[in-house]
Design a protein around this ligand. Structure first.
Ligand code: C2G
Length: 134
């Protein structure tokens, strides 16, 4: 069984996230997603619309996802790859090169991001909607 692992915030889920998870799962038989906790996101400068428990619940419901674990630190990836017997680490190419240190432990794949969609754009669109109603 080929085991795949990816990491992300997955706030205000959109088709860019779904396409990433679909392609990640297609690389193997089992996909584990490490969802960033709220505290970890603060370190990434991100304040989420949905708290960790809700984001984890939503990601776990996606048909491509087989397991969800929390992402609490930048340093956990090697341990995660070893403890979960991961064969392939996958993430969007906005991170290209950043996780090459994992090549010692597993295959590393950077997938093209889906253009034209982002959680930030979704937040801005919602803010515009709100201002139009006022
Ligand atoms: N993504 C994508 N296309 C988009 C937006 C996001 O392919 N239009 C991908 C990202 O490249 C990432 C995944 O979807 O692989 C999750 O994106 P985010 O929730 O923004 O995750 P991020 O904050 O980049 O967290 O340790 C790694 C970090 O936790 C990654």
């Amino acid at each position: 069984m080929i085991k795949v692992l990816t990491y992300g915030t997955f706030d205000l889920l959109h088709h860019g996230h779904i396409r990433l998870l679909e392609r990640a799962k297609a690389l193997g038989d089992h996909l584990t997603v490490a969802v960033s906790t709220d505290e970890f996101n603060l370190g990434k400068g991100k304040v989420c619309a949905y708290p960790y428990e809700e984001r984890a619940c939503i990601v776990a419901a996606i048909k491509y996802v087989d397991a969800v674990i929390p992402e609490t630190t930048w340093e956990q990836k090697i341990k995660d790859v070893q403890e979960h017997n991961i064969d392939i680490f996958v993430i969007g190419d906005d991170w290209a090169g950043k996780f090459d240190f994992l090549k010692e432990y597993c295959e590393v794949v950077y997938l093209p991001r889906t253009e034209g969609v982002s959680t930030t754009q979704t937040k801005n669109a919602l803010a515009n909607l709100k201002s139009k109603k006022e």
